[in-house]
Every structure is written in structure tokens, then in C-alpha cells.
Design a protein around this ligand. Structure first.
Ligand code: PMP
Length: 434
């Protein structure tokens, strides 16, 4: 962890230049380009446990965790063992394997509202398919989402979106026809009055309300008391479906996902990230009567050549088994609490406007006094200060997401020493931000 005050990233820079000639922006997902923090991406050579190593030999404590999946840390022995076992048998068959049922059964056991689940390959596919299902099931078109929530890059959902859309300040996206988004309404997160108003006006035309139960794509924003209760009550009243997009929160904030923690039963839930143990997986599941509307049982079509891929299923099964062990979430929660408390103290010692919080091992912070309960609040964060903080932490060996509008993830592999080092890096960095 001896990164000098200015780290050498020359090999990363060469590789980025080379990639830029062949790949748009040099990256296969926009936020990775690090443009909003005034930097260039690090090219990664390897990662192990809580640490990630770039191609120039620098080592960082990793709080990105591949944007959420790596709750066990990198290269967890049980995940590697499961992958090696599958590798001996083949990598894809396009036919059912028992691993798919094993993962489905873990999900159904762990997540309160899920009776049946369909595997896909990404979070985007999960939310896109869940919306088609909701529309097919209800025979209605209108979708309600919330400002600053990101649900993947399907056309219908690229409205007032968070994550990279927020980071890059893109209002919507060219290529998404007005006709496609005219049925998508986006309202303020945590704004119960606005939601009630919309439902009173058009609730009987709404197919689904989709929400990040704990928002993570405008930075981390927790739901206020009563928000999800209002969503559940009013969707039920008007016959609309409630979709929890648990791509980020699923198995992250609690073994039972956000719905387990909040005690809310959505009709459909979407998963990604942790469910694949670091391999590309998404899933959507819910009430059996709804899920049985999907082909081949029902008429709503959704398919996938690589869906249920055995390597991905094996990594998912190994991960869900590990996180089911007693005390797993309590330990993660305690570590994250220690980190967040340390960050807050570092900021207050430096006299910097700052607020931070966490739910389980999903954490977030903003350079504003807060409170941050919505995307409008999140946008009050001092983005220049964030960029300087990000760069300062990087030079001190701490790898954070390169955007204010992303969450921070602690893994089971983070040690107390990692947390202490991170907090002292933050104290030092904050002093330079005043
Ligand atoms: N929903 C949420 C809540 C997400 O955080 C993300 C990705 N960050 C997605 C959907 C899209 O998932 P993917 O990138 O796997 O398509």
C-alpha cells in the first residue's frame, strides 16, 4: 500500500490510448472512463480479497467490488473451487443443468416474495424483462420510476436515470424514441405526495412502479419511513405491480435483500451483481402466478442463449451459500459502520460539509451537509470536491467509484486494518480539500 503521493500509471495510460482506438471511449461501460473525476481509468491486472492491483503494480483497497458483485471479496476460495469444478465439465450447453435449479432454490428460500425465478445475463435484462412481464400481466402500458434511480439501459428506463447517465449529465438518450418513453413517468424519490397524486390521477393505467428499494445510483440514498409502504399500498389499490429493482441491494443489504430488511413484499424483484458471484448474471422473480405468464408457460416472451450459464450459476450458488452463514451480515455491517463513522469524523475534523450513511455494506457519502433524500438533494453535492477527494484517496491506495453518483461497497474480505487505513487516508485527504 505504498502508493507514492503521485502514482505511476503510465502502463494504464498506454493501454487506455490503445483501447480508445478500438473501443468507444476505451471502455465497455461509460463510468469506467473516469472522466467526471478528471482522470483516466486504471487497467487492472488482478485482484485478491479486498485488494485490487493495476498494471503498473499499484495496489488499492477496493470499495468498488466490480460495482457490487464481490461481497465475498475477490477470488473467494469457495467460488474459485466451484468454477474449477464446472470447467472440467464444459462451459455452456444451452440446455438445463441442475445448477440452475440449485441457484433458483437458494433465491426462493432467501428472498421473501420470490416463488419462481428466471435467470438472465445482466441487470438490464432483468429489469427490461420484468417490465415486459408487468405490462403483459396487467395489460397496461404506463411505468412509474423515480428520479436518480438507474435500472439498466433498456430504452423504456432511460428517463431521469442515475449512474452513468447522471455522471455524464445526459438528460435522456438519443436513440430512444419519444414513443417508447411516453409511457414512462419519473417522479422524485421519497416523494410520497407526488406519488400519491400521480396514482390518484392515473393509477388504473399503471402497469408497474419500479424502484431501487435503497437507491444506489445517485450515490446511496435511503428510503424514508413510509415511502415503500405507500408504494405497496397504492400499487395494490390500483392493480399495478410493484417491482423492486434489487440488482444492487439484492443479498447486499440483507440475506433477504432490501425487501427482507424493509418487510415489504413486491410483486416482482430484479437481481444481478451478487447473484452471479462476479460472473454475468441477472434474474427476475416473484409471485408464481405472475412468473407463469412467461414463455413457455405463458405468452410473454423472454429468452437467452447463455441464460443459466453453468459457470455463472456455480459462482452464484457458492456465493449465496457463503453469505447464508450465521453472522455474515452482522460482521459486514459492523465494518461498514466503522468506515462510515471514520469518514464522517475525517470530514468534521477538516470542517467540510459532508454527510454519509450505510445500509448493511452498501454505503454512500456526499459533499453537502444533507440530508440527501432525493436526486435533487444529491445534486447539491460539491462535485469538484468529490473529484479531488477521489484522486486524493487513489494516491493513498484507496479505490473508490469514480463518480459521486455511485455507492461504495464493503466486502467480507475487508479487514479492520483496511478500514483503518482508509479512514486515515480520508483524514489526510479531507484536510487538503478545504
Ligand atoms: N439496476 C440497478 C439498481 C443497477 O444498479 C444496475 C447496474 N448498476 C442495473 C439495474 C443494470 O445492471 P447491468 O449493468 O448488469 O445491466
Amino acid at each position: 500500500m505504498n502508493n507514492a503521493s503521485k502514482i505511476n500509471t503510465s502502463r494504464s495510460q498506454e493501454l487506455f490510448a490503445e483501447a480508445g482506438r478500438l473501443i468507444p471511449g476505451g471502455v465497455n461501460s461509460p463510468v469506467r472512463a473516469c472522466g467526471s473525476v478528471g482522470g483516466e481509468p486504471l487497467f487492472i491486472e488482478k485482484a485478491d480479497k479486498s485488494l485490487i492491483y493495476d498494471v503498473d503494480g499499484n495496489c488499492y483497497i477496493d470499495y468498488v467490488g466490480s460495482w457490487g458483485p464481490m461481497i465475498l471479496g475477490h477470488r473467494h476460495p469457495e467460488v474459485i473451487k466451484a468454477l474449477e469444478k464446472v470447467l472440467k465439465t464444459g462451459t455452456s450447453f444451452g440446455a438445463p443443468t441442475s445448477l440452475e435449479t440449485e441457484l433458483a432454490s437458494l433465491v426462493v428460500d432467501m428472498v421473501p416474495s420470490v416463488e419462481k425465478v428466471r435467470m438472465v445475463n445482466s441487470g438490464t435484462e432483468a429489469t427490461m424483462s420484468a417490465l415486459r412481464l408487468a405490462r403483459g400481466f396487467t395489460g397496461r402500458d404506463i411505468i412509474i420510476k423515480f428520479d436518480g434511480c438507474y435500472h439498466g439501459h433498456a430504452d423504456t428506463l432511460l428517463v431521469a436515470a442515475g449512474s452513468g447517465v447522471a455522471t455524464l449529465g445526459i438528460p435522456g438518450s438519443p436513440g430512444v424514441p419519444d414513443a417508447v418513453i411516453k409511457n414512462t413517468l419519473s417522479i422524485g424519490y421519497n416523494n410520497i405526495d407526488a406519488f400519491t397524486d400521480v396514482m390518484e390521477k392515473m393509477g388504473d393505467k399503471v402497469a408497474a412502479v419500479i424502484v431501487e428499494p435503497v437507491a444506489g445510483n445517485m450515490g446511496m440514498v435511503a428510503p424514508l419511513n413510509g415511502f415503500h409502504e405507500a408504494l405497496r399500498e397504492l400499487t395494490a389499490k390500483y392493480g399495478a405491480l410493484l417491482i423492486f429493482d434489487e440488482v444492487m441491494t439484492g443479498f447486499r443489504v440483507d440475506k433477504g435483500s432490501a425487501q427482507g430488511l424493509l418487510g415489504i413484499m413486491p410483486d416482482i424483484s430484479c437481481f444481478g451483481k451478487i447473484i452471479g458471484g462476479g460472473l454475468p448474471v441477472g434474474a427476475y422473480g416473484g409471485r408464481a402466478d405472475i412468473m407463469d405468464k412467461i414463455a413457455p408457460v405463458g405468452p410473454v416472451y423472454q429468452a437467452g442463449t447463455l441464460s443459466g450459464n453453468p459457470l455463472a450459476m456455480a459462482a452464484g450458488v457458492a456465493t449465496l451459500k457463503e453469505i447464508s452463514k450465521p453472522g455474515f451480515y452482522e460482521a459486514l455491517d459492523a465494518k461498514t459502520e466503522k468506515l462510515v463513522t471514520g469518514l464522517k469524523k475525517a470530514a468534521s475534523d477538516a470542517g467540510i460539509d459532508f454527510c454519509a450513511g450505510h445500509i448493511g455494506s452498501m454505503a454512500g457519502f456526499f459533499f453537502t451537509g444533507g440530508p440527501v433524500n432525493s436526486f435533487d438533494d444529491a445534486k447539491k453535492s460539491d462535485l469538484d470536491r468529490f473529484a479531488r477527494f477521489y484522486r486524493g484517496m487513489l494516491t493513498k491506495g484507496v479505490y473508490l467509484a469514480p463518480s459521486q453518483f455511485e455507492a461504495l461497497f464493503v466486502s467480507a474480505a475487508h479487514t479492520d486494518e483496511d478500514i483503518d487505513k482508509t479512514v486515515s487516508a480520508a483524514s489526510e485527504t479531507m484536510k487538503g480539500l478545504v
